[in-house]
Design a protein around this ligand. Structure first.
Ligand code: SAM
Length: 281
């Protein structure tokens, strides 16, 4: 891992050398303002959702955050913005869409709007269907420079079916010949959530809003390559950074809460120690 740090340091200079592969406690608007422009390959993050949770009283200034995100992302870099809406007396805030429109107004491409579906969800509503998803807005500065599409098995396991005599599932069981056994995944991704689903790291759940490690892994694989720099400016329990590290990417994690930064460091320490590195705030 140390050789990765050296390589990226050569590319991005002294400022980055001092901040990569570390967690930082502070307001990421100020933190990013000290970073060079267009130095980050992938930003994978999830903001506070309206005022659904109390992140130790911190007031989140979305537009200033978005402006800095736009400045530090490279041309061709990708931003994954994982977000949901508060439902207030039956009225969805639509903050997610307002934020998406703001990102687009800065000049980012709304490359995709993906769905993070939850396999298990406790939030039932008496007069609406149980909400089982959040948005994963994919923004890019120009066309994405990296896309490593994840694959899944084809429904027909690689066999062409006749177009006639379909069953109600649309699949004709008669085999004509072998086709591809896998295809590019759709933009709806499903994950189990909670302990054992999002992660097996118990300590992570001292944070109220952990997203699944596999969600982070899938985006990091899709939109970045080894040695790339992945930033999570609101890293919470450190999920993005942990997965970036394990996938041989460089990372920067920032959170305004000292308590959450300690959780992040603790989650990564068992892996980082293997490489004899020091992870400091
Ligand atoms: C939805 S949580 C992120 C959870 C994270 N994805 C995980 O898996 O643990 C949002 C985080 O943003 C942090 N936050 C809010 N405003 C911030 C700011 N201006 N600078 C840095 N962190 C901020 C909060 O402390 C909180 O941990």
């Amino acid at each position: 891992m140390i050789r990765y740090i050296q390589k990226i340091a050569l590319k991005a200079g002294a400022i980055l050398k001092n901040i990569i592969n570390k967690f930082h406690c502070g307001n990421s608007i100020e933190f990013m303002s000290k970073m060079p422009s267009e130095c980050v390959d992938l930003i994978l993050t999830s903001p506070p959702y309206d005022n659904l949770r109390d992140y130790q009283g911190y007031n989140f200034d979305f537009e200033k955050m978005a402006n800095e995100i736009f400045r530090v992302i490279k041309k061709g870099g990708v931003i994954v913005w994982v977000v949901g809406d508060k439902i207030n007396k039956g009225n969805r805030s639509l903050t997610s869409f307002k934020q998406a429109l703001y990102f687009q107004s800065l000049g980012l491409n709304a490359h995709d709007i993906m769905i993070y579906a939850k396999k298990n969800t406790p939030f039932m509503r008496s007069n609406a269907y149980t909400n089982a998803y959040e948005y994963m807005f994919i923004f890019s500065k120009g066309s994405p420079k990296t896309f490593n599409p994840l694959k899944e098995p084809t429904a027909r396991s690689g066999f062409e079916m006749l177009t006639t005599n379909k069953k109600s599932d649309g699949i004709n069981k008669k085999v004509l010949g072998q086709l591809n056994t896998e295809k590019t995944k759709t933009n709806i991704w499903s994950y189990a959530v909670g302990l054992g689903g999002s992660t097996t790291d118990k300590i992570a759940f001292k944070h109220p809003a952990v997203f699944p490690e596999n969600l982070a892994k899938d985006h990091i694989l899709s939109w970045s390559n080894e040695l790339d720099l992945v930033l999570d400016p609101m890293c919470g329990s450190g999920t993005t950074c942990k997965m970036a590290y394990l996938l041989n990417r460089n990372f920067i994690g920032v959170d305004v809460s000292k308590e959450y930064i300690e959780i992040s460091k603790e989650r990564l320490s068992k892996y980082a120690n293997l490489f004899g590195e020091v992870i400091n705030a």
